[in-house]
Design a protein around this ligand. Sequence first.
Ligand code: FES
Ligand code: FES
Length: 169
Amino acid sequence: MLFHSTPKKMAQRIKFKLNGNSVGVEIKEDEPLLDVLRSSLNKTGTKFGCGLGYCGSCTVLINGKAARSCMTTADFVEGKEVVTIEGLASENDLHPIQQAFIDNDAFQCGFCTPGMIMTAAGFLNENPAPSRQEIIDGMEENLCRCGTHGRIIKSIQEASEVMKQDVKL
Ligand code: FES
Ligand code: FES
């Protein structure tokens, strides 16, 4: 019997929109988007926590939906729009979710915060007027070791009120 080895994929160049700008970058085979963002594109606001899809600290928006960049291969975002925490604020103002986190002291060490905020942004894109319980359910899989969940939920409630007047991301 003749066995064929699986053909090896070569390094490739991908193009996508990152925080509103077109970027082109060389990626390795199966390279996680998280590594490309942090190491090749210097977007270090996106955090490496577990690397296994459990904690949510690496969350970004892909075409407006929250996604775990540690579990997304970079080639998946070819031609898509990616937003990281660095791209959330407008030129003059913080995003309402960012502002609400500050107003409510919704972080201590801050390591989980970018992922929390990006998850909340994706969640509010899909459900702009959530109940408190819907927010709790929507944020359930993002972990905060400092235990600020109560203030995080309050922040997202406040931000949803402000965002009712705003446009979607
Ligand atoms: Fe991606 Fe934890 S680093 S989910
Ligand atoms: Fe420290 Fe959440 S603020 S892990």
